[in-house]
Write a protein that binds this ligand. Sequence first.
Ligand code: ZN
Length: 279
Amino acid sequence: MKIQFKNDIVTVFESALYRTTSTVADLGDLVIVTDPNWLPAEVGTIRDHVNRIAGGRPVYLFITHSDYDHIIGCGAFQDTVVVASDALSTNNNKADILAEVLNFDHSFYITRDYPIKYPEVDIKIVKDGQSLRSDRPDLQFFLASGHTEDGAILLLRDQGIIIAGDYLSNIEFPFVYFHLDQYRSTLLKIKEIVLSNKSVRLLIPGHGDTAKSRAEIFERISKDLIYLDLLEMEAVTSKMPTDTANFIESYSSNPSLLAEHVKNVNNVKQMLRKDLSDI
Ligand SMILES: [Zn+2]
């Protein structure tokens, strides 16, 4: 399996599918693995790496959000303490999400040596800045809704690293499945975290390349905010603003992204209609 990035703290594994990342962080007295995915051999590689380095230390499994590609490998990490948002643990669509994993496996005749299961959350993230343990205030979680309702991100404060789930990819524009304004708020929240933690230099997104400088992180935040504005304008006017197609291409020239954009427009139209009906 490709290792996209490695330093003294983190190893960022990259799946062949959708360039999905899984980060293993070695943090002194504990290890945190995030979103192990996709294919059985890839999940096995991540599991072997964790077993090799853990050496009896506690292993935490952080699930950034409930999209099926991010929970697909969690059954391979049975002896871990699972950390995720409270909203992920109470998600009403668990059966649908598991069905997506099973559909994926059935359609490619994939078998796994571990059970397919929805994460059973041991530590629920309920507020911004919540630390993993009282003796590790440097490991902080923040709620991150917008892409989905149940997202969370992890700040390794002393190490200057953010594990961002499906936010701030350089190869995908924002996929707004849940809420447009909350997506914006999450981007601004991450900006605030980076501004107030001068040590942050690395941001690992769920898909694509690790951002390796503060400038690159800020650039990605600005770019995604611009995309959300273009998306909202198109949803309101039913007309694609000039240059939107070029802007989308600056994330990736992959034509299939255009279909995702159309999905986004339809999703946001529905969200705006719902906002209106709530007035
Ligand atoms: Zn996602």
